[in-house]
Write a protein of this length. Sequence first.
Length: 320
Amino acid sequence: MTETQIFGLRMPGEPHTWYCSIMGQGGEHRSYCFYKGEKGLDIYLQIREEADEMYAEDAYTTELILSNECLQVSFEDREQLDPHELALIKKLGIKFRGRGQWVSLKDYTAGWLPWLVSEDQAHPLHALLLKAMDVAMDCQAGKISIGEWEESGQIMPVFTLENDVWKMEETPVAIPENEDFLQPPALPQDWESLRFLTEGKNSLVCGTINTMQPTQKSPSSRAFFMKVTLLINPADGMILGVSTIDPENYAEYESLLINIFRSAKTRPAKIYFADGVSETLLTTGFKLAGIETDYHLEAAKMLDEVAESMFSMLGDDGLM
């Protein structure tokens, strides 16, 4: 099977479908990846497209990878496993031999460093993996047919687990419009309160970049990548406001942005988004505030220039 022969798996009590891609046909990276819902599938398809075009060197591709939503079972060399995985393998008394034989179970969650799956995730992941292996063998034997993913979507087999029995149904799957992925605001009333501020005649650029060094709140806690959202004056490139995103406290991030406008006692006539992350996170909030939004290529170029200057001050390991 190729990694674009995608099929769906539905578990009892879960509202989303897991979309499975089996990688390793080329022998480089053997893994079963289970993408969470249509959003997870969309991000995976974007990563593939960007990686094909830019060989995974582009910052946007890195941003997509950090936005991933999936559970992954991969087969690695021992030195590729992190200390948490090796400690668990030793504790369980499991033995692996040879290169590419060590099993790694990873949770990819947007904004967080890939991490060992939790106990709650391990039980459904076990069922997903067993079924995916069955599907791969049936596909290889010609018992079922799975087409390559097409840009417009496809009819794909979706397997649903009901009363310990998997049932297959051919299901049309397509990626929803971007609006379906917009994040609802944590502070809707605070955003609406900005409508009472004086509307200025100016426009602002809004863009988000990642810190490339992960942050930990304690030595044993899961590390995350802090995001930094910038409000930039397009007339002179000056940064007018900064807000950092802690994935455990999204409300504080919104509050910092809202207070930037409150302090200025005015709201911009329009916000030009410089990247998809800002657009996803903030479109609904700005709409509640009565601020028109749009994506603009020139805004993206400005964000790149500002980030470049920040790179020079902080070093290459600081921001992306």
